[in-house]
Write a protein that binds this ligand. Structure first.
Ligand code: ADP
Length: 659
């Protein structure tokens, strides 16, 4: 029946506590997961928004650049051949003709810096005569003189420079070294804008002979500096030549001789290499241009399918087309990506804690957040901490969920613990009660058998000896008293359990109570050969106690002392004053009690699980009653014991008892 009850309890616990707890845990985990997903989605949406905003900003700024450059060239077409663009981020503006790209140095007729010598001009005629003298008649002196005339007849600086170069060569051929070199020196000082049809500055042709002669090296370095500062584009050929010249200067000038010349040249070399890189990128762009799918910048409300801006190249450029101007067509504009994006991000404010956390990157990325239509090859990279503001925003409810979960789980665990404790206690109780029933039956049977045996013997008159008869009668009385004590204990216990045990205190003398108990135990003790010592302090004042209850407590202690004495045969009983208390002490020299059991002695049904105890009958009620009685009198009970050495049980009662 009990086990049934436990099963019910466990089932109830499972249904009422565990099941909802499991459901709650599952729900909470689900909610937290959903919330996390939601947060991620929000972060993604927010990134998309920021990216689109940056995209719009980027396109509109690039469009402004493109329009500015376009209008600058419309105002002054010669600018097409120059690198000094309106905006410092712009690296290239190139003409588009018939869907083909024309790079600035690939000059059209209108921007040509030089023209082939015109046949009908004086310059052209003289130049041809000079060339005849040089190449056909091999008369170099005459040729040199004619070239000089051609130079003075020239109308353009480039014509003059060309004639002088020819003259310098003719002079060299006629072994007039000195004059030749001074002619080259004149060419060297031509202005940077004087370039031939291959976009090579004429002065560059004078470098070689001068450098070979070891002349004018510092001037040559300065001349290259001027060329680099000149806004005109140089062709790749011009740049390669310049690179070779600079390298030649560096190689020819030992570190000691002209440190400043050498370091100046090295500085120039870096710049020249940078320009070469840009020019080569422009050449590749020219080739790839038809495949880029660029569309000109539309009017404000026009959306086109193609790309407006595309990132291109190793050192990325943003490439786009200027708006179509009537009669002009459109031009290609390339912007340096690094310079442009850093200015864009530094003065923009994207209002969400960005742009501190964003960076623009060129190239296609795997998780690239698109910048919107019209842009290709650029994406926004978000610093990994980008979701931080959202994460903190969401951590509060999450914390709450986890807290609630923790509370529910701890309540469940606590409930489980209480249930386990109750069940265990009940199981123990059941065991104790069943043990109790068997021990009570056993304890009842022994005295009853004795009483019956002696009474029958007396009735049959088998013993005629009056002394023996008296002894039999004493035994009968003694056994009946033992029975009474046992029954009293059981009855009292049942009353206590029902809360019906009532004590009736009245003024009484403790010495008398103790003496009565001693008298009751004298006979059985003597019969078993005990030495029973009783010490009573007669001076003790009267106390207000339930006489029978106190006597019962003392009797319980005495019968325990007798029962657990083993071989020992001494028991002593005393009552004394100790301060404001009276102490009733029962001492034996018997089995004693292990300290680990002592704490439980006064619990109901408790019997110390020592080996010696197993053979002795007992109910486990005696000491619990002693404890109950003394407590009801405002006193206490104490035990001092050591296994094998005996025990001392003391009942301590207050002398000024109010009860
Ligand atoms: P019981 O009917 O078993 O004697 P009690 O409540 O009187 O029940 O005693 C509880 C337990 O305390 C006993 O089972 C015994 O183990 C231990 N005990 C009590 N008195 C003594 C004693 N004087 N010496 C040794 N053990 C004792």
């Amino acid at each position: 029946m009990k086990v049934e009850g436990h099963r019910k309890q466990v089932a109830l616990f499972l249904v009422a506590v565990l099941l909802p707890a499991v459901v709650l845990v599952a729900l909470t985990l689900r909610i937290v997961k959903q919330e996390k997903e939601l947060t991620m989605k929000r972060v993604a949406d927010e990134r998309q928004r920021v990216a689109a905003e940056i995209g719009r900003d980027l396109t509109s700024r690039l469009d402004v650049l493109a329009r500015e450059e376009a209008s600058a060239i419309a105002d002054e077409p010669a600018r097409l051949a120059r690198r000094d663009y309106r905006n410092p981020e712009v690296v290239l503006v190139a003409r588009i003709d018939d869907a083909r790209l024309f790079l600035p140095w690939e000059a059209g007729p209108e921007t040509a810096a030089s023209r082939p010598p015109e046949n009908d001009s004086a310059y052209g005629r003289i130049l041809r005569q000079a060339e005849n003298a040089e190449f056909s008649s091999k008369n170099y002196a005459v040729a040199a003189a004619r070239y000089l005339r051609a130079a003075s007849a020239a109308r353009l600086p480039v014509e003059e420079g060309y004639a002088r170069l020819q003259r310098a060569r003719a002079l060299a051929k006629s072994k007039k070294e000195q004059e030749s070199l001074s002619e080259y020196a004149k060419v060297l000082s031509l202005s940077p804008g004087v370039i031939d049809e291959y976009s090579i500055p004429l002065s560059f042709y004078a470098f070689e002979p001068l450098l070979r002669a070891g002349l004018m090296v510092p001037e040559a370095v300065a001349r290259i500096g001027q060329q680099l500062a000149d806004p005109a584009w140089l062709s790749p050929a011009g740049l390669y030549l310049m690179r070779d010249l600079v390298q030649q200067i560096i190689a020819a000038s030992p570190a000691a001789s002209g440190a400043s010349v050498r370091s100046g040249a090295e500085e120039h070399l870096g710049k020249v290499l940078g320009r070469i890189q840009a020019v080569e990128q422009a050449l590749r762009l020219k080739e790839d241009f038809p495949r880029l799918g660029l569309e000109p910048v539309p009017g404000p409300d026009l959306k086109k399918a193609g790309f407006l801006w595309v990132s291109y190249g190793q050192k990325p450029w943003l490439v786009g087309l200027t708006p179509e101007a009537p009669g002009e067509g459109n031009m290609l504009v390339a912007v340096d990506f690094q310079a442009f994006s850093s200015t864009l991000l530094s003065d923009a404010d994207y209002s969400t804690g960005y742009p501190a956390d964003v960076d623009l990157q060129a190239g296609l990325s795997a998780d690239g957040t698109s910048l919107g239509p019209g842009l290709r090859g650029i994406h926004v990279a978000f610093a990994s901490g980008g979701e931080q503001p959202f994460a903190t925003q969401w951590s509060l409810p999450r914390l709450f969920y986890f807290l609630a979960l923790a509370v529910v789980l701890s309540i469940t665990l606590f409930g489980a613990y209480l249930l386990w404790r109750d069940v265990r206690r009940e199981v123990l109780m059941v065991q104790m009660r069943s043990q109790f029933v068997s021990s009570v039956s056993h304890e009842l049977k022994t005295p009853l058998t004795a009483i019956r045996m002696f009474a029958e013997t007396l009735r049959l008159g088998r013993s005629k000896d009056p002394a023996t008869q008296a002894e039999y009668l004493d035994t009968i009385i003694n056994e009946s008293e033992r029975l009474t004590r046992l029954l009293n204990n059981v009855l009292d216990f049942s009353k206590i359990e029902r809360g019906k045990r009532i004590y009736h205190p009245a003024p009484a003398s403790l010495p008398e109570i103790v003496r009565a108990a001693a008298r009751a135990m004298e006979y059985p003790l003597k019969q078993q050969g005990f030495e029973f010592e009783v010490r009573i302090d007669e001076s003790l004042p009267e106390v207000c106690v339930d006489r029978d209850a106190i006597e019962q407590a003392v009797l319980n202690l005495l019968s325990n002392a007798m029962k657990y004495s083993n071989e020992s045969r001494t028991v002593s009983l005393s009552v004394q004053r100790q301060g404001d208390s009276a102490v009733i002490e029962v001492v034996d020299r018997g089995v004693g009690i292990d300290p680990e059991y002592q704490a439980h002695l006064f619990e109901e049904f408790y019997r110390a699980p020592a080996r010696e105890n197993q053979s002795l009958p007992g109910t486990g009620l005696g000491l619990s009653l002693v404890a109950h009685i003394t407590k009801a009198h405002g006193g206490s009970v104490r035990v001092e014991s050591a296994p094998g050495r005996g025990s001392t049980f003391s009942i301590i009662l207050p002398l000024k008892s109010e009860s």
